[in-house]
Design a protein around this ligand. Structure first.
Ligand SMILES: Nc1ncnc2c1ncn2[C@@H]1O[C@H](COP(=O)(O)OP(=O)(O)OP(=O)(O)O)[C@@H](O)[C@H]1O
Ligand SMILES: [Mg+2]
Length: 257
């Protein structure tokens, strides 16, 4: 199962990515959780202690490795078995979870970052296409840095919305971009739902086919952000409603338990 998660800032991408990672880790052998958003804190959400995260370098900073491995220039864009070394060496492992932090991916036009971008793209592509394990990628709001090669490996893009017009507008743009990149399944998850009115709002904005499910607003998770940071405490109401979304995801990718 190869999933990418996107949506407007603050809608709950990291929270949902972390919860799905935990659910997959509970049920399967290995799940790769990838922070593809430089601002994400997915590691905290999947239970990695802060002091460990702080010592973990993002892949983009591994200049030595990047320079060596991308010496051949564009050739590295093709799948390269050497990428496996990077995965083994730079994953943080907690139980079944293998955590990778991509680091800042720079936009085009900044020539000196081309190698890093090529390298990151190859790492992600290798994960998506060569591995049988589950992969959950927490993307930022923009998916424009997703290359066609990488997108090819994404089975389903999950676009998170909250009950607001702005997040719906962003989601529609992401839906469009994702299908232009050739991602076949692009599904919406309604998050932070407190009542029927909010649920109905989201239902009114998307086709029934596009809607994957809803995640309840969880007061405990919301309050925990005040002292522990986003996604540090997951459970209760949030986990309960995620179970159903999780089952829908398994069904969509043909992996019903
Ligand atoms: N279902 C929910 N119930 C209550 N609070 C939630 C829920 N989902 C997310 N939150 C809270 O909303 C805030 C934003 O969540 P999160 O960091 O997961 O969003 P994000 O989309 O990853 O944000 P960013 O764009 O900054 O990466 C956090 O404080 C998180 O705890
Ligand atoms: Mg985030």
């Amino acid at each position: 199962m190869k999933l990418a998660i996107s949506g407007k800032g603050g809608v709950g991408k990291t929270t949902i990515a972390a919860t799905l990672t935990k659910l997959l880790a509970r049920d399967r052998k290995i799940v790769y959780a990838i922070d593809a958003d430089p601002d994400a804190c997915l590691a905290a959400g999947v239970g990695i202690p802060e002091e460990v995260i702080n010592q973990h370098k993002p892949i983009v900073e591994l200049r030595e490795v990047i320079n060596q491995k991308s010496a051949g220039g564009g050739a590295f864009f093709t799948l390269n078995p050497d990428v496996d070394d990077v995965l083994e060496d730079y994953c943080l492992s907690v139980d079944n979870i293998r955590f990778l932090r991509m680091g800042g991916i720079k936009k085009g036009g900044e020539a000196c970052y081309c190698r890093e971008n090529t390298f990151l793209s190859a790492v992600v592509t290798s994960l998506l296409l060569d591995k049988d394990d589950a992969v959950i990628m927490d993307m930022g709001a923009g998916i424009e840095h997703l290359s066609r090669g990488t997108a090819r490996g994404v089975e389903m893009m999950l676009v998170v919305v909250e009950p607001s017009k702005n997040s719906v507008n962003t989601a529609k743009l992401v839906q469009q971009m994702a299908s232009e990149l050739g991602i076949k399944k692009v599904k919406i998850i309604g998050n932070k739902i407190r009542n029927d009115k909010e649920r109905e709002f989201i239902v009114s904005q998307f086709s029934a086919e596009d809607l994957l499910g809803f995640v309840a607003f969880d007061e405990v998770v919301w309050e925990s952000a005040m002292d522990q940071g986003p996604a540090a405490q997951l459970g209760g109401q949030l986990l309960d409603s995620m179970e159903k979304v999780y089952q829908n995801i398994l069904r969509e990718v043909g992996e019903v338990k």
